[in-house]
Each structure stands twice: as structure tokens, then as C-alpha cells.
Design a protein around this ligand. Structure first.
Ligand SMILES: [Zn+2]
Length: 257
């Protein structure tokens, strides 16, 4: 089979081996990818904030969090936008070769060369809206891959949002992993090389190297899960190794820059 899309990067915010590994029989797409490709654990470096906006920025700019300083979706009462972040992303450098869908370094998540607006502005905790968003992103991803970009980036941030409030409810959390697993399965075979990566893992509150969040969310709901410093990485057909989030940027630039 001849592929037109050379690289597909699938970002799954908050995905952890703690849920995937013991449940591979319920997650056939992850199981297949692990079998066909190389899988491993990324241990985020000490001193770097284990926070979604910071890590996604690093992943696609190659700039460490301690240098770019973008850690929060809202800073000093102002919703941060792409222009507030002092980096050049891979798509700024090779604008015509990349289509990026819903990269969650800002709210709503960032798109490049495509349009998509998530329900609830990409910050919803409503279960129906989250499900609708998984479906919407998957449909858009299929459309993008049908247009054969050289490099496609597709991100899902639902596991992060679900795990904050439901960590420890194993069956409920697994249902969301199954949803993402089958969503990815709809388009993962459309590219020659594949990277599946999370920005960080997950764990109970108090179990992470750094506590990244308060015990109670802004709306009063108690948080049950926190970000863990171990993220997942699976690569298929890739020549280089991804040991840190910034290596994704380097892999893209090496391939297309
Ligand atoms: Zn995250």
C-alpha cells in the first residue's frame, strides 16, 4: 500500500499505561499498535511543569517549558491564545505540510489548516458533550486524512478531563479509553508512520511527583486524579526514538523541514 500521509501524530491527553496495559484485551487498537510498533514510557524531566498546556507546547515547538513559560490556559484573568506563547511551532515553520486538529495547549484547542469548534468551547465536563466531541474530532480526522496531508496531528483531551473527576472508578474510566481506542482505530491505518503519545499520565491525588492542581476545582467539584510524570509513547515505522515530548517536534522537522 502506498501512503500519501507520511506521518500521523495522535495525541491522547492524560493517557496512562496504568489503564492501558492491564486492559489491552478491551483496547484492540492500542493492542495492535503495541504489537506492530514500539511502545515505551516517557518520564518527564524534573523541573518541567507536568501540565497540559506546557507539555503540548513543548511537543510541537521543541522548546522546554522552563523556556517558553506557558503553563496556564488562563493567566492573570486572561484566556491565553496562541499569540501569547513565545515559540515557533512546527506548523509555523512548514505551514503547508501540516494539518493539526485540536492541539490542547490553549482553550479551545488549536487547529492548523482545518476548522473545528468543540462543543462547550473545548472545556466541557458534560459527558454527552465530551462524547459528541470525540465523535466530531474523529469525523474531522477522517476527512483530513482523506485529503492526504503530508503530516497530520490529531489530539483528544477527553481522558484528562474524565480522569480528574473519576480516577479510581476503574470501569468508568476504562469506558472512555475504549471510546478513544475505537475512535483512533477509524483512521490510524491511513499513514505510513504513526506516533501515539500522551502529554503526561495519571494517578490519584497526592501520588504524583509534583502536585499540579488544588483538591477542589474552581466550581467546587472535588478532584480525584492528578497528572503523573510518566506519559505513554507508541511509534510505528519511525526511524528515530521519542524519549521526550520535544522529540516529536524534532522528528517532524527532520522528516519535513
Ligand atoms: Zn494533559
Amino acid at each position: 500500500m502506498i501512503f500519501v500521509t507520511k506521518l500521523l501524530v495522535i495525541g491522547v491527553d492524560g493517557a496512562t499505561w496504568k489503564v492501558i496495559k492491564p486492559n489491552l484485551d478491551s483496547l484492540p487498537v492500542f493492542k495492535k499498535l503495541c504489537g506492530e510498533g514500539k511502545s515505551g514510557t516517557i518520564v518527564l524531566p524534573e523541573g518541567e511543569a507536568v501540565i497540559s498546556p506546557a507539555i503540548w507546547t513543548t511537543m510541537f515547538s521543541g522548546v522546554p517549558g522552563s523556556k517558553h513559560g506557558h503553563e496556564k490556559y488562563v493567566k492573570d484573568g486572561k484566556l491565553q491564545s496562541r499569540d501569547d506563547i513565545p515559540v515557533e511551532f512546527c506548523w509555523d515553520k512548514i505551514p503547508d505540510k501540516i494539518v493539526a486538529l485540536q492541539v490542547p495547549f490553549v482553550i479551545p484547542p488549536f487547529n492548523w489548516n482545518c476548522d473545528y469548534m468543540p462543543p462547550g468551547f473545548g472545556a466541557s465536563k458534560d459527558e454527552a458533550e465530551l462524547r459528541q466531541d470525540v465523535e466530531g474530532i474523529t469525523a474531522k480526522a477522517k476527512e483530513i486524512l482523506a485529503s492526504s496531508p503530508e503530516c497530520a496531528i490529531v489530539c483528544y483531551n477527553h481522558l484528562d478531563r474524565v480522569q480528574h473527576f473519576h480516577w479510581g472508578e476503574d470501569e468508568y474510566v476504562l469506558e472512555w479509553y475504549k471510546l478513544v481506542d475505537s475512535a483512533i482505530g477509524e483512521f490510524v491505518d491511513k499513514a505510513e508512520k504513526v506516533i501515539v503519545i500522551s502529554d503526561h499520565g495519571f494517578c490519584g491525588v497526592g501520588e504524583a511527583r509534583d502536585k499540579t492542581l488544588p483538591d477542589v476545582a474552581a466550581d467546587g467539584q472535588r478532584l480525584k486524579g492528578d497528572h503523573h510524570e510518566e506519559a505513554i509513547i507508541i511509534t510505528k515505522g519511525l526511524d528515530c526514538e521519542i524519549k521526550q515530548p520535544g522529540d516529536v517536534y524534532r522528528a517532524i522537522m527532520e522528516m519535513f523541514g
